[in-house]
Design a protein. Structure first.
Length: 334
């Protein structure tokens, strides 16, 4: 019996050593195949909820008391209410479930999230929800409380947040990006609402002879949105499989993901003129660089200093990202 236990112990230790070597090799390999990504990347904060059946889809951030607060949105497995996670370095993460007008928790996938003025904007299918940002800020000023255990996650949310306003977009949104031009001219502040189009379902919107555009990003006036109405000001035609879009002072970045294939970050110049009416064709004329990264990137934003992104592949739903330590919200210096 003792001999059998000794042999079993040796086997277990051997397997642990082999697994450790494998993980080390994988991480050496990933840096070799994604050198530009890792040269630009910095870990910012742990991406909360990945081990609780939460699958993040999009992210955004804002500054509070000189610290950056990160928000993610997504869905829960097992038909549980969807969540918005709030992460602030130095504090325990908290999550919110969204209540509709009847007091019911929304279970539909939250595909995109953005912040503008005093609102958090979340898109689910064709519905754009405006949520009070003050509810989030209140959670940052109260003492930290432990996360509920896995056994009670179904019944006890950290916090609840109610809807101030709902706008029907008429089209399914996949990601959001709120562009505040930083001036007093609020008419230039726009909300980018993107559509994800799978390659197998792509319907050609425009083919200009050199490139086919299969997805679009609609730009709506943000000042009109906070007033509860839609005012379409421009449109971008883009490549398909886009999971996020963000704009800095001098560039536009798109991130695409396709199953277990590498994610791609496409860096473009900002077009200076329309191609057709109020539509931009974001094509290779403006492409500056293409950078490959780990699989299943999800969401993109710009926090005023750097682009930020994350990976749904590290969730328990997919697992694979855990081998690449993709459990962080990352800053990208593109």
């Amino acid at each position: 019996m003792k001999k059998a236990l000794k042999i079993l112990a040796i086997v277990i230790v051997g397997l642990i050593i082999i697994l450790a070597i494998l993980v080390l090799c994988i991480n050496v390999f990933r840096r070799a195949i994604y050198p530009k990504y890792y040269a630009a990347k910095i870990d910012l904060v742990g991406n909360a909820g990945l081990g609780e059946g939460y699958v993040p889809q999009d992210l955004t951030s804002f500054t509070y008391e000189d610290k950056v607060v990160y928000l993610t949105c997504g869905y829960m497995t097992k038909n549980r209410p969807s969540r918005i996670y709030v992460m602030w370095p130095g504090k325990e993460p908290v999550y919110f479930v969204v209540k509709d007008d009847n007091g019911n928790s929304i279970k539909d996938c939250f595909e995109g999230i953005a912040i503008y003025d005093s609102y958090i904007l979340v898109v689910s299918s064709a519905k754009l929800y405006l949520l009070p940002q003050n509810t989030i800020i209140t959670s940052l000023t109260t003492p930290s409380t432990p996360q509920p255990s896995e056994a009670v996650l179904n019944s006890i949310p950290n916090n609840e947040i109610s809807i101030d306003c709902m706008i029907n977009l008429g089209v399914e949104g996949n990601f959001l990006f709120a562009y505040d031009n930083g001036t007093t001219n609020l008419l230039d502040d726009v909300l980018f609402v993107g559509e994800y189009v799978e390659e197998s379902k792509s319907g050609t919107l425009v083919n200009d002879g050199s490139q086919t555009y299969s997805a679009r990003v609609r730009c709506y006036s943000l000042i009109d949105i906070v007033l509860g109405r839609l005012n379409l000001v421009s449109t971008y035609l883009v490549r398909d499989q886009v999971e996020g879009m963000a704009i800095a002072e001098d560039k536009i970045v798109l991130v695409t993901a396709n199953g277990l294939f590498p994610s791609h970050y496409y860096i473009y110049e900002i077009p200076d003129s329309y191609d057709d009416g109020l539509t931009y064709f974001l094509d290779d004329r403006y492409l500056q660089e293409e950078i490959k990264g780990p699989v299943m990137a999800s969401g993109l934003d710009y926090d005023g200093k750097q682009f930020i992104s994350m990976f749904q592949s590290a969730s328990n739903e997919y697992i694979i990202g855990k081998f690449f330590f993709a459990n962080q919200i990352v800053g990208l210096d593109f």
